[in-house]
Write a protein that binds this ligand. Structure first.
Ligand code: MOS
Length: 747
């Protein structure tokens, strides 16, 4: 007789385990730690864009009330790692490395930090920061990508390795589209977009001893941050503790170590007290990354019956002068459609701006705007339905790697989405549907992102109160990592989720990769599963000494219930935890590493999405309303419908921003951002977004991991902006190839 039904936890729409902590304010973010003796720091930024600092007058600031220190490159202590830092082999996308703050007098971008004021209150630090006066020797700067496109270069990673995904790619004939019968050639531009998570970048740095550093830091990777700052200070990694228990959104902006973090650590050394530093919203534009302004050209040819014969996709993205940032803008073009001839060329233009960093759906979201817009343009040329055109060029295996897909259910997504949005209402001829002054149109856009998986380690322990404690250094920047890991553990153990605690966000916990690239559930999920199985096996071994039923039981059949361990829920086999826990504590704890196997060699692994938009465009004002947005995904097993659905909705809203609003604008005369806050930099608010409908195919991928997951975060946004742009074309007949599509472009 079963003592307790084995609840199906995986797939259940469970509420967030940390929901109450977040809504009650009990969750502590990195600027909310009150450490005795805490001090407050405010950065002063350069007012020129390029040149040299000739002098800084800090005397008035130093005399201001409560000021403890004013740090500049003239008086900053030497950061040992700044001299030895070279190319970081673990970060191939950032050749050159981050800005070394206060190391020299060079100004590389506008608002580059030139001084840090530390005081006994934030208000006093802020006041004193305004008293710092700098003199400069100004040089001519370049902040405009198009003006510098002629100097664009092949990334170093591609020069060093012709097999790099950043290298030029060729399948079939070079630029074969040029000789195609039916062809198009279009240019696309996406502006700089800034992540702007709700929580501003912040850090509390505390030297607990001259060689022991604790950082409460906004980061997506506690171990990457630990590694970076251990290197900067030549410390053993175990001497650096990074705590990021709660992260208030990031979207990629905390995938990199930034100058303000180095600055706070330097300051904590100087004043020998903990230092808290939070950027302002304005500073979030200038020094902590962004989605780079990117120019693209896409050429495509097709046969009259709708078979693509060639695609050439070229791109120039911007980077800084001191660090080479690359992203996979052209990846989707190489593998999404059946085309015998494909050429891609990726280049960078180095400008006098801060370094970019991956922003949700990095690269692919930019590339998909060009590719999926061009697909719509070609379908229009062919007088074909865009969905039908995509079906005629569907790939049943990866045409880039010539490998089978691990799984691909994109056709199923097409069908689900087309039904839900009412695709049958779409007219081939643009401008055919209207409702008074509102023109109505439908568009679609496809997204894909690699189903990445890395190694991860999880610790699991049965506690005397009958609960299981799991620990892992992964972060949870908002997707609900703690929640889904609790579900995976609950199902694997056969225990109710209330009996499980999943601790995360500390570098001292067992190792996990950075939360990025939609890889967390793929990587940490199986580690939780394996740790729970190992824990059951360990408990089984202990139980076997008092109950013979356990000796021959399989670990999968061992069930944890409230107070007892059983074999398959059979009451006759019950062994009380109290009996098990008489063993030394370590006997009920395991630490297990889970790693990807060789499947990645055999299969091409991707998540897929398609987004369908219905828009209404006002004929006179050019106002665009996204009246329907349907996002369908093949992301493998869905561990939690609710949190996964949230991910998809958040990505879709990000896509609305990308399509219609987001645009960080530099005044090239001064090299300075004009957009400084949410009054100038628009993101969608509730009224700008429809109730996004989400559908998952929810088919497990047996090759990525035992859970069958493939990842959701990136495909949630990739393809949304072109779906909206294509719907606008269908509504109005106007093809806008430069984002965002603001009303002025439509009237
Ligand atoms: Mo994401 S751009 O990998 O946070």
């Amino acid at each position: 007789m079963k003592e307790q039904a084995q609840d199906k936890q995986i797939g259940a729409p469970m509420n967030r385990v940390d929901g109450r902590l977040k809504v009650t304010g009990a969750a502590k973010y990195s600027a909310e730690y009150e450490i005795p003796g805490i001090t407050y720091a405010v950065l002063v930024g350069s007012t020129i864009t390029k040149g040299r600092l000739t002098s800084i007058d800090t005397r008035a600031a130093e005399r201001a009330p409560g000021v403890l220190a004013v740090i500049t490159h003239f008086n900053s202590p030497k950061v040992p790692g700044f001299d030895t830092a070279g190319k970081d082999p673990s970060q191939p996308a950032t050749v050159g490395g981050p800005l070394k703050i206060f190391k020299d007098d060079l100004i590389r971008f506008n608002d580059q930090p030139i001084a840090l004021v530390v005081a006994d209150s934030w208000e006093r630090a802020r006041f004193a920061a305004r008293l710092v006066k700098a003199q400069y020797a100004k040089e001519k700067h370049q902040t405009n990508l198009e003006a510098n496109a002629a100097q664009a270069f092949l990334p170093t990673s591609a020069k060093k390795n012709p097999k790099s995904p950043m290298a030029d790619y060729q399948r079939g004939q070079v630029d074969a589209y040029k000789t195609g019968a039916i062809k198009l050639e279009s240019e696309y531009v996406i502006p700089t977009e800034v992540h702007h998570p709700m929580e501003l970048q912040s850090i509390t740095a505390h030297w607990e001893a001259p060689d022991r550093l604790t950082l409460y830091d906004k980061t997506q990777g506690t171990l990457a941050t630990r590694r970076d700052f251990a290197r900067e200070w030549n410390l053993p990694e175990e001497n650096v503790k990074v705590i990021a228990t709660f992260v208030g959104g990031a979207f990629g902006n905390a995938l990199h170590s930034w100058p303000h973090e180095s600055a706070a650590i330097i300051a904590a050394k100087v004043v020998n007290r903990p230092v808290k530093l939070m950027l302002t919203r304005e500073q979030m534009f200038t020094m902590v990354g962004y989605r780079p302004y990117t120019w693209q050209k896409l050429g495509m040819s097709a046969t009259p019956d709708g078979k693509i014969t060639a695609i050439t996709h070229e791109s120039i993205g911007q980077t800084s002068t001191y660090e080479e940032f690359t992203e996979s803008t052209l990846a989707q073009t190489r593998m999404m459609y059946q085309s015998p001839n494909v050429t891609t060329r990726y280049r960078l233009a180095a400008l006098d701006i801060g370094s970019p960093i991956w922003m949700r759906g990095p690269g692919e979201a930019t590339g998909a705007f060009a590719l999926e817009s061009a697909m719509d343009e070609m379908a229009h040329l062919l007088n074909l339905d865009p969905l039908e055109f995509r079906l005629r060029n569907y790939t049943d295996q990866d045409p880039e790697k010539n490998k089978p897909w691990s799984t691909k259910f994109l056709k199923e997504c097409y069908q689900l989405g087309a039904e839900r949005v009412g695709w049958n209402k779409r007219q081939l001829k643009p401008g055919s549907l209207r409702d008074g002054d509102w023109l109505i149109g439908y568009g679609m856009g496809v997204g894909t992102f690699g189903a990445h998986r890395g190694a991860a380690t999880v610790g699991a322990q049965l506690l005397p109160n009958g609960t299981v404690l799991l620990q892992c250094a992964t972060t949870d920047i908002g997707p609900g990592t703690g929640t889904v890991m609790t579900q995976i553990a609950a199902e694997t153990l056969g225990l109710s989720p209330q009996k499980i605690t999943f601790d995360l966000g500390k570098s001292s916990y067992p190792k996990a990769g950075t939360q990025g690239g939609s890889s967390t559930v793929n990587s940490v999920g199986p580690a939780v599963q394996e740790a729970c199985l190992a824990l059951k096996d360990k408990l089984r071994g202990i139980a076997a000494s008092s109950n013979a039923a356990f000796a021959s039981a399989k670990k999968e059949d061992v069930t944890l219930t409230d107070g007892y361990l059983t074999v398959g829920g059979n009451a006759a086999t019950r062994v009380a935890y109290a009996d098990l826990l008489r063993q030394p504590e370590a006997a009920t704890a395991v630490t297990v590493e889970a790693k990807p196997g060789p499947e990645g060699q055999k299969y091409s692994m991707y998540s897929f999405s398609v987004h369908f938009a219905e828009v209404r465009v006002h004929q006179l004002t050019g106002e665009v309303r996204v009246s329907k947005l349907v996002s369908c995904a093949d992301a493998g097993t869905i561990v939690n419908e609710k949190t996964a659905g949230n991910q998809m909705k958040g990505g879709a809203v990000g896509g609305i921003g990308m399509a219609l609003m987001e645009h960080a604008t530099i005044d090239d005369r001064f090299g300075r951002y004009v957009t400084k806050d949410f009054a100038d930099y628009h993101v969608p608010v509730h009224a700008d977004s429809p109730d996004v409908q989400v559908a998952f195919v929810n088919q497990p991928d047996p090759h990525v991991n035992a859970l069958g997951t493939k990842g959701i975060g990136e495909i949630a946004i990739i393809g949304v902006a072109p779906a909206i742009a294509n719907a606008i074309f269908n509504a109005t007949g106007k093809r806008i190839r430069e984002l965002p599509i603001t009303p002025d472009k439509l009237i």
